[in-house]
Design a protein around this ligand. Structure first.
Ligand code: GTP
Ligand code: SPV
Ligand code: MN
Length: 589
């Protein structure tokens, strides 16, 4: 199945999956309308239409999609990286021998599209004029996936022309199967540019451009080719004088990337421009600076918590239909005016239907929208899209932010001593799990660089890869660590978060431009509190103290956990990182 040209490859998939029709997706507006029509009138999930039209007066050109109730998040335990050698996938990945995985998947795919339509989707990741972009093809039997791909990537003519009749494209094979969690697998073959995904229609499991290719396969390619594929936002912060500072920001799933990417600064004269909210591909430019591009063209964002108060720019984006439709997945429905609703949006409507389509019972203790309900919307609809978004070279990076969700232990912000120390700090990140993955939420797990679920090879080799950039970068970005999520004993957030996070970005810019000094601590460099602009913020002195506290008892537990995490990788962990861990242990005890 590998050494054949484009059409022959599609024909092989047709022969294997036996669809009743093949639909060649071209991504044009007319095509999208046709696909949406199919989703409203023909295709069904559990006898329900794939798309239901929502009220145009509230969210123009938007559709509701309800997934199968068991198919609401990424399933990391069913996600595998099938490299020839187990050690190369590393303890951070599930592994199966590639031939065994392919045989198992071929059996599942055999005849799986009978009575269904196969959608063929040629797409580009990255800008058509960029030497770093990749051309890909996904086949799927889900019209929801087809429409989502058209919003999230550059689908159609340009990709199709670039492929010609070559075999040189990334291959994604996807089927909903029976949506049976017992027959659900997301299998990656990074050494063959191939992903096979069966049994789920959920974002990261089914839009193979997203985590499967843009991160798992691309990180493997980046390791071989000298670049980085990261779970990061890209933003440009413009100061009142018009100077632009570009940042990258990595946070685990559902830990604040989209919100930071669309932040509205509370300080007059500053603007934040968005280039990406989830994925960055990063190369060293000829001038020795790091350049980042976003390979995607849309946001697949968490709905709960999004409101005019927390994220007005996203609300404006969702209300704008200049380019593409907006999809809402597994949100609740205000049945009086046929509009989407989720926890945190505002007052709860009187007549609410929950995410599964049943009347909402507010005494049930459950949320009306699924905690991982999402919207899919074009980045071109965003009022703060950077004018550099379509620059094929990307933007030069001055700061890299790593963030986590932690109730305690991890201070609000600090800076690394240098590049190696920054790699160390991000290699020991631990964050509370969220509803974005199907395992239990709220448990601290190690998630270096927010990449544990997405690194397509052994993470110890990935740390080495990061360390090696030091020798190639002439203008080192500064590396920062943040935690917006500390809580007091009553469970209230100590830091107001959202727009107010800009105050921390402002301090970072002052550090980058050498305007302020800072205080060395065992955990890194922390702000002199006088240098943080907290004007107009009503935050108690005592809380501020907690936000920068180093609690020895908590750090003892933290280090135990980090040592266990490192130990899984044995001798493969770079010695620089082991030395920093030893030093941290001495310094905080
Ligand atoms: P993925 O799309 O899964 O990669 O998530 P993400 O990192 O883009 O997370 P997102 O910005 O969507 O935020 C996830 C949840 O955290 C939402 O419910 C937000 O409302 C909430 N959140 C984001 N930023 C903050 C913050 O600064 N403080 C608090 N308390 N909550 C926040
Ligand atoms: C995440 O889980 O990090 C997401 C959503 O951004 S998904 O596309 O499902 O990966
Ligand atoms: Mn993500």
């Amino acid at each position: 199945m590998t050494n054949v040209g484009y059409i022959d490859w599609i024909l092989e998939q047709v022969k294997l999956t036996k669809p009743s029709a093949v639909y060649w997706v071209d991504g044009s507006r007319e095509d999208l309308e046709r696909l949406i029509g199919i989703g409203m009138n023909t295709e069904k999930i559990d006898n329900n239409p794939v798309f239901v039209k929502l009220n145009d007066d509230v969210f123009p050109n938007s559709l509701l999609h309800r997934s199968h109730p068991s198919d609401v998040a990424r399933t990391e335990h069913l996600t595998y990286v099938c490299l020839p050698k187990k050690e190369d996938a590393g303890p951070n990945n599930n592994w199966m021998p590639p031939e065994e995985a392919k045989e198992m998947m071929s059996k599942l795919f055999n005849g799986c599209m009978q009575g269904r339509t196969m959608y063929v989707i040629p797409y580009l990741l990255g800008h058509p004029d960029s030497p770093h972009s990749k051309v890909c093809v996904q086949i799927t039997d889900s019209v929801y996936v087809a429409v989502s791909m058209c919003i999230m990537t550059r689908v159609g003519k340009e990709a199709r022309e670039r492929i010609g009749d070559s075999n040189n494209f990334v291959k994604g094979i996807h089927s909903l199967g029976e949506l049976d969690p017992q027959r659900r697998w997301i299998m990656h073959f990074p050494h063959e540019n191939l992903v096979m995904s069966f049994g789920s229609g959920y974002g990261g499991n089914a839009l193979l451009s997203k985590k499967c290719f843009s991160l798992r396969i691309a990180s493997y390619l980046g390791h071989a080719e000298g670049w980085l594929a990261e779970h990061m936002i890209i933003i440009g912060v413009e100061d009142p004088a018009g100077n632009m500072t570009y940042f990258l920001g990595a946070f685990p799933s559902a830990c604040g990337k989209t919100n930071l990417a669309l932040i509205t600064p509370p300080m007059a004269g500053y603007k934040v421009h968005v280039l990406g909210d989830d994925i960055a591909w990063i190369h060293v430019g000829d001038d020795g600076r790091l350049y980042a591009v976003n390979p995607e063209t849309g946001f697949f964002g968490v709905a709960p918590g999004t409101s005019y108060k927390t994220n007005p720019k996203m609300m404006d984006t969702l209300k704008n239909d200049r380019f593409q439709p907006t999809l809402f997945t597994n949100v609740a429905l205000d049945s009086d005016n046929n509009s989407p609703w989720w926890e945190g949006l505002g007052e709860r409507p009187k007549n609410l239907v929950d995410w599964q389509g049943n009347p909402y019972d507010s005494t049930s203790g459950k949320t009306a929208a699924h905690p991982n309900s999402r919207f899919t919307v074009s980045i071109y609809n965003c009022p703060t899209i950077s004018k550099e978004f379509d620059n094929p070279v990307g933007v030069p990076i001055s700061g890299i932010i790593f963030g986590i969700r932690r109730t305690n232990t991890i201070p609000l912000v600090r800076e690394s001593f240098d590049w190696d120390h920054g790699v160390f700090l991000s290699s020991i990140m631990g964050s509370e799990t969220t509803a974005a993955a199907s395992s239990q939420s709220g448990i601290v797990r190690r998630d270096p660089m927010a990449m544990v679920p997405f690194c397509g090879y052994n993470m110890a080799d990935y740390f080495r890869h990061w360390l090696e950039f030091k020798t190639r970068i002439k203008h080192m970005p500064k590396i920062f660590m943040v935690n917006w999520f500390m809580k007091d004993d009553k469970g209230n957030f100590l830091w107001p978060g959202f727009g107010e996070n800009f105050r921390i970005l402002k301090w970072m810019m002052d550090r980058i431009s050498n305007k302020v000094s800072a205080v060395e601590t065992p955990l890194g460099v922390m702000p002199d509190l006088n240098d943080l602009d907290l004007s107009g913020l009503n935050i108690k002195e005592e809380n501020l103290g907690r936000l920068f506290e180093i609690n020895k008892e908590e750090w003892k537990n933290e280090i135990d956990d980090i040592e266990k995490f490192y130990a899984q990788f044995g001798e493969r962990i770079p010695v620089e990182l082991k030395n920093y861990l030893k030093k941290l242990k001495d310094d905080v005890s």
